[in-house]
Design a protein around this ligand. Sequence first.
Ligand SMILES: Nc1nc2c(ncn2[C@@H]2O[C@H](COP(=O)(O)OP(=O)(O)O)[C@@H](O)[C@H]2O)c(=O)[nH]1
Ligand SMILES: [Mg+2]
Length: 320
Amino acid sequence: MKNTHKTKEKKEKAILVAVSEKQVNENVVDEHLAELEFLAKTAGIKTVKIFKQKLDKPDIRSFVGKGKLEEIKAFIIDQEIKAVIFDDDLTPSQLRNLEKDLKVKIYDRSLLILDIFLLRAQTAQAKTQVELARNQYLLPRLTRMWTHLERQRGGTGTRGGAGEKEIETDKRNIRNQISVLKGKLEKIEKQNEVQRKSRGSVVRVALVGYTNAGKSTLMTLLSKSNVKAENKLFATVDATVRKVVFNMIPFLLSDTVGFIRKLPHHLIESFKSTLAEVKEADVLLHVVDVAHPAYEDHIEVVRETLKDIGASEKPTIYIF
Ligand SMILES: Nc1nc2c(ncn2[C@@H]2O[C@H](COP(=O)(O)OP(=O)(O)O)[C@@H](O)[C@H]2O)c(=O)[nH]1
Ligand SMILES: [Mg+2]
């Protein structure tokens, strides 16, 4: 099958799977799944069914229990499903087992978010950051099927499953790429640092918030320039800085990537330099979409992520 052009009507059909503890409220489970479905949609994937299971903790071998796995398998075969998306992160061995059992592409939440970032990244810096995070994610998870799928995706040949030797070669290649990407990022970061220093003593304000909260819309309004705002998760992955004069007071305003619950650790790590705009700001504007049923959770996620990047002590104005 040749699939060089990703057309809109050829959306990949997928099912979503969530496992939760018995005491977790059903509304919360559904809200998390709605977000996962939105993420999938943003990645160009169509959700056709959702499987939920209550477990004290996820199955060590296959995340869901044996019975549920059979149910999922039957549905995949019947409906020609191409991918299964799990709302949590899978261990490398769960991922391997699920690939073996279900024989379709397995996504966990991190991989889905990484794929979206990959689609969205515009600048060399963001592209390098996402590639780095993605390689770090892939390294411990390379399997025969994975390398095979990745090759198909990259369009560099479609031979049968890769052997152990090839997996070793792939691992070596990924390690090399990781160090090359790290070097590249360091260089970009040095240039950006010079740029940031040259801005002198102007007050710096940074927009922060959950993804899709309205940050870019506010940026456009305040700076009277056009910053891409979309009803999509992670429409903005790069950082934008604009000079704004408000009531005769000039300041620099920056808009950057939004946060989401369970943002992959590698991604936060590699986006630290993009998030430097937030870290070095004098004031934060925390934008909250109060029309969202889970806005209180969203505030908490943003606060936690700010703490993670060392920016939680800044004067913050909440904008509802
Ligand atoms: N109803 C309403 N929609 C808004 C408002 N602000 C932004 N939006 C919409 O919400 C979506 C996400 O906005 P965006 O600025 O891209 O969010 P960001 O991800 O935080 O940058 C877009 O479709 C906007 O048009 C608002 O105040 N009211
Ligand atoms: Mg935005």
